[in-house]
Design a protein around this ligand. Sequence first.
Ligand SMILES: [Zn+2]
Length: 78
Amino acid sequence: MFRCKNCKSIDKFELMFSPDYKGDRSFGQKYNKKNEIEITVDGYTFVPDLAFMNDHAVCRYCGQIYIWDYDSGIKEEK
Ligand SMILES: [Zn+2]
């Protein structure tokens, strides 16, 4: 799971699509059996990593962009 560094909310994000993105921009998220978040964009499903979040994800609560960290349950590799 991911946590917003600003407001500490968990995994409440939406994606920033680049202005020239040509797809439908339909976007969904759910948790898989390993409790990882899965994102589906226009029919393509994947598990985002921290780099992806910090490139594309905006916090839905506070509006901050690109300031995600792993939730404390997962140790960050240094
Ligand atoms: Zn936030």
